[in-house]
Design a protein around this ligand. Structure first.
Ligand code: TYD
Length: 253
């Protein structure tokens, strides 16, 4: 097979030119980073789990009418997506206080917020993705007012969808981050959910025990990250309940 052209290598994924114009292959790596890549490790199997989980969420969003860049999963580590221009914002939706919001405002982690709160961070690793307001976004031309209305509506729809799915499997969606892409159809542009949706970019707590099933397991050294992500995948029905049962050969009489 001809060598593919690498377009971009990020912290958790590598992007390659897709087979047709306007498509990209997203390869999910096993690399885990936190605190703006100050903490790094390779977690075997993470890429496979995130590929599966992101496919599951993106397909589900498409089925309820939320546009995404996802086209199809190609194999265990790769998925085909539509190429888009990424809006330089990390769009964060929070249902419960945690992480930087808890630190910034002195609210205990896990406190339910009066309503979902949407925050925007400017995507720039060298600046540590600083929190910005709609004023900055408009003034610096990162997105128009119309875009911001659409982005807010997409973010809240993704929140409703993900919270519901997670609630159904006994998991509380504390917060998450999405990225938004622009796709040009002739003279028109539309905004879609892009990048990935996985436990790398969400906070997921077991409803009963408050056990963390997301990247905080890695950030805070709370145990095995693959065990946590596998648990999410297992509850969503993406993995066999008893993996040993499919690997064991069975005698056919
Ligand atoms: P936040 O609490 O602001 O930051 P941190 O994860 O560093 O404590 O993050 C809120 C949610 O958004 C959390 O689930 C992680 C996710 N997120 C990312 O995945 N990438 C990012 O660059 C940012 C800023 C947040």
């Amino acid at each position: 097979m001809a060598r593919r052209k690498k377009i971009y290598e990020g912290k958790a994924k590598t992007l390659y030119e897709g087979p047709e114009p306007g498509t990209i292959v997203q390869y999910f790596k096993d690399d885990a980073t936190a605190f703006n890549a100050e903490k790094k490790d390779v977690i075997e199997g993470k890429g496979v789990l995130n590929n599966l989980l992101s496919e599951y969420f993106m397909v589900g969003l498409g089925q309820v009418g939320v546009p995404t860049h996802f086209l199809k999963r190609l194999n265990m580590r790769e998925q085909l997506v539509r190429s888009c221009e990424i809006v330089p914002l990390e769009v964060i939706v929070r249902n419960y206080a945690a992480g930087t919001m808890s630190k910034r405002l002195g609210i205990a982690e896990g406190t339910q917020l009066p309503r979902p709160i949407v925050e925007y961070c400017y995507k720039d690793d060298s600046l540590g993705d600083p929190l910005v307001t709609e004023e900055h976004i408009a003034a610096f031309g990162w997105a128009s007012q119309q875009d911001m209305d659409d982005i807010l509506s997409l973010a809240l729809r993704v929140n409703d969808f993900l919270s519901g799915i997670m609630y159904g499997v006994g998991i509380k969606l504390i917060d998450f981050k999405i990225e938004i892409g622009r796709i040009y159809d002739g003279d028109f542009q539309r905004l879609v959910v892009a990048d990935e949706i996985s436990p790398d970019s969400c906070r997921l707590w077991d409803i009963k025990t408050e056990q963390k099933l997301d990247k905080d397991v890695f950030r805070r050294d709370l145990g095995s990250l693959t065990d946590a992500y596998s648990e999410v995948a297992r509850r969503l029905g993406l993995m066999p309940n008893n993996p040993a049962s499919i690997t064991k050969p069975t005698l056919i009489n």
